[in-house]
Design a protein around this ligand. Structure first.
Ligand SMILES: NC(=O)c1ccc[n+]([C@@H]2O[C@H](COP(=O)([O-])OP(=O)(O)OC[C@H]3O[C@@H](n4cnc5c(N)ncnc54)[C@H](O)[C@@H]3O)[C@@H](O)[C@H]2O)c1
Length: 415
């Protein structure tokens, strides 16, 4: 164990701002550098934090620091992670860890080769509700998981969506409906400590929902995961009308869920219930309550995403100090991200089952080392998939014209 402060650099000053703010003394971190290609935003952020700024990632990696947090584009995390690991840095990566199976193989190998800490910055397992469901599950009260549901469905107003997706080929304009699945899945994996072994999915296309935007992906999907204990998990997302974020687990002795209701991270409560024939001495048949943080409640309350943004920084710092990989390690990160990829392969075949390799095992994962199947425009070529089940879509000219005005207003100068 070392008590030295961990010097950290962040790439991407959009979402990255939350990590930059969270790199505090309390978690034993200090922000020392920022990197972004959007110079105006980068310099503003650099001044706000009083740290060095870089537009070139290679130069940024040469800065004297221990760890790098990746909040660059969603579909570019793996190559940036591998470069940072090779440069001797510990890495915490925004979701997704990888957006091709080949990247997943390369990332697992890089973490094993370098021995650096790698963590997927999944913040949804850390809400007070999901931490409480993990505690209840580990107490054994609902038994072994048989079925679970996770929903992360985040529709947005058209102009808000455009502002978050500057550029015709921005990843948010292309992302297939299954790829952003880790917010729905990671809490369930963290609660039950199970891993997905097979995936089926159906995608929901609806030009009406996309109308007026530059989005070419389908707005929604349902994914089924067979887990390594035989359970089935159902995931739902991503941008269907009606914002919802919700989790539920049924076990061999009872069930638990976050109660549904208005609001994003609240005012939900946790409900744990049993059928009468499963009751054991000391159990309550059906209880609904507001959970408490296990610790650090005051600090978590101040952080974004229901406290999750505090916990990811804390657990990353703790992993570096202890030298032990965190729970959300490279194998779980790659497996959960690969659910999105395999689900898209499945959705394009109207639900065919897809096998998940064992990412901890070189013999199992090696078969995917050259699987560069990818929906992203920069990987376009023969055999590459569209990002809608309706095929390759183009935005309507009026929507594109409007989008370009919105992007120009916010200072975006690209295509
Ligand atoms: N966990 C959460 O709650 C949460 C919330 C929002 C976003 N995210 C994730 O954070 C990541 C970033 O998302 P975002 O919302 O900030 O939008 P974004 O993807 O548009 O922002 C990425 C930033 O990285 C910069 N960038 C891209 N390529 C670069 C390069 N080669 N060198 C330097 N800088 C580069 C861009 O200029 C931009 O400022 C995504 O993976 C997203 O999924 C997670």
């Amino acid at each position: 164990m070392s008590d030295d402060v961990i010097r950290v650099g962040v790439i991407g000053v959009g979402r990255g701002e939350s990590f930059a703010r969270g790199a505090t003394e309390t978690v034993g971190m200090k922000l020392v550098a920022l990197c972004d290609t959007w110079e105006e935003r980068l310099h503003e952020a650099g001044q706000r934090h009083g740290v060095s700024v870089y537009t070139e990632y290679q130069e940024f990696l040469e800065h004297d620091m221990d760890a790098v947090i990746l909040a660059n584009y969603f579909h570019q995390h793996a190559p940036f992670a591998i470069q940072a690991l090779e440069a001797g840095k510990h890495v915490m990566s925004e979701t997704a860890s990888n957006t091709t199976l080949a990247e997943g193989v390369a990332l697992c190998r890089a973490v094993e080769r370098t021995g650096r800490v790698y963590m997927l910055a999944e913040n949804y397992p850390y809400t007070v509700f999901n931490q409480e469901m993990r505690r209840v599950y580990r107490s054994g009260e609902i038994g072994e998981a048989l079925y679970a549901e996770g929903e992360y469905n985040h529709p947005m107003a058209k102009d808000s969506r455009l502002r978050l997706a500057p550029g015709v080929n921005h990843w948010r304009n292309w992302i297939p409906s299954t790829y952003y699945c880790t917010h729905a899945l990671a809490p369930l994996v963290t609660i039950t400590e199970t891993m997905p072994v097979r995936v089926n999915a159906l995608s929901i296309a609806c030009p009406e929902v996309n109308r007026g935007t530059t989005r070419r992906g389908d707005p929604g999907s349902v994914i089924l995961c067979r887990m390594d204990n035989g359970a089935v998990f159902r995931l739902m997302g991503l941008g269907l009308p009606g914002h919802s974020n919700w989790y539920r687990v049924h076990g061999t002795q009872g069930a638990m869920e976050i109660t549904r209701g208005p609001g994003y991270f609240g005012p939900g409560q946790v409900r744990v219930w049993h059928d009468e024939w499963h009751m054991q001495p000391g159990w309550v048949r059906d209880r609904v309550y507001t959970p408490e943080w296990p610790e650090h409640g005051d600090l978590a309350e101040q952080a974004g995403h229901g406290g999750g943004d505090f916990w990811t920084n804390l657990h990353f710092a703790q992993a570096i100090r202890s030298g032990e990989q965190p729970f959300l390690n490279v194998y779980r990160g790659v497996a959960m991200s690969s659910v999105g990829i395999l689900a898209w392969k499945s959705a394009l075949q109207e639900g065919a089952p897809m096998e998940m390799p064992d990412w901890t095992n070189e013999a199992s994962r090696a078969a995917y080392a050259d699987d560069h199947w990818s929906p992203w425009p920069e990987h376009a070529g023969p055999g590459q998939p569209p990002s809608s089940i309706l095929g390759r879509l183009e935005p309507e000219p009026e929507a594109l014209e409007h989008a370009r005005r919105v992007w120009a207003e916010m200072g975006y100068r690209g295509e």
